[in-house]
Design a protein around this ligand. Sequence first.
Ligand code: BGC
Length: 450
Amino acid sequence: MATFGPTKPFPAGFLWGVSTAAHQCEGNNRNNQWWEWEAAGKTRSGERSGLACDWWNKAEDDFDIARDMGLNALRFSVEWSRIEPRPGEWDRDAIQRYRQMLAGLHQRGLRPFVCLHHFSNPLWFENTGAFLHPDCVARFERFARKVVEELGDLCSDWLTFNEPNVYSVLGYQLGEFPPGQKGKLIRSIRVLANMARAHARAYEAIHQIQPGANVGWTQNYIVFQPVDDASPINQLACGVQSYFYNDIFTDFIHRGCTRSYIQPFCGKTADIQGKTDFAGVNVYGRVHVGLSIRRPATLFADVHIPMDMPQGDQPIGLPFPEITPGSITAIVEHIAKLGKPVYVLENGVPDRSDRIRPWLLANTVNEMRDLIARGIDLRGYFHWTLTDNFEWNQGWHLRFGLVELDPETQQRRLRPSARLYGEIARSNGAVEDGVLAEPEPENKVATKTQ
Ligand code: BGC
């Protein structure tokens, strides 16, 4: 029994997709900083990406699964280190492989969204300072131009960056991502400012080459909840987290600047303003924040996840946001104020046994239906992710796939959620009542920042 009435349907053409990323799926990406990080034994799980999902050879097998599920869109990223293995040198075979993948998506009725940068850098770029190098903006623009010149006849939806906030915070403040630096707050803000400039230059370049392109980026948003609503000091700690994590990059693009006490570290950013065609959001959930003077690296916030909500796989080290109904609504409302069409470009849960993923999917769909009914221009939903893939620092420890993967044998098996999401996509948003009930919070483990 579907829960929606004819007054609240999803619009025709709403995109039901999945999101993926090159380094997490392709396998054997040996020429980027993540491969080195893994080889040096620096992932939390000690694991390496290896063959990943073997997409460099066989992405089309997974595209078949997405088509058979009834999806109509798929987001993937191109691997800079394959396309430009040395500065200014282009690899024809890599470009050809991406052309083949894009053609394969079109043949299967899947609209491609292509992201130019999803956390991985070519070694030559990383080893010369990445987004702190004085030429980083020009280097990224050169890469963006090349990709759009080569692939533009097969794609017109582009993301410049995936989650610049995660890249800068995990790489320069928390040390969880390469280059593994800790507590470098100002450096991480300079990285963000340079990525915003690179985004703006790539945005202009893409539009020069392809005037009708749909170009944006996607931001990871977390709902920050004070541990004690009544405490002004915790509210303050929470507000600081929320601004620094969620809003600095967005402010560069929508206002051309950040707050006056941060702007002096960023240089000129005024001409970035307005350079996006859509607002992309990656939404996972909520964390609880209290003030702690012992944690300068996290801007004096103690971040934790309480035990009372159902959770999926437990990460090693850093807490994973709590899956809470209402997160999608809070975040989409926040970003919709910017007046651009919105796409949810990632949403999911690490859940090997598929215990709470169906509940997450059903609630998310219902929240999105209400947002659209209230007039919000929400155009698509991309679940993270299609097939279990290499989860960065957590290796194979966290499983986000609608499809289960055994990385050793490369065997795939559809989880029940794959069937549910397929039904949702094929019916353009219908959800059975039964799936909406909250599962028991059986995986009760409170996690904290370490
Ligand atoms: C990233 C993905 C990642 C997912 C789950 C997002 O922040 O874009 O690459 O796998 O979260 O942690």
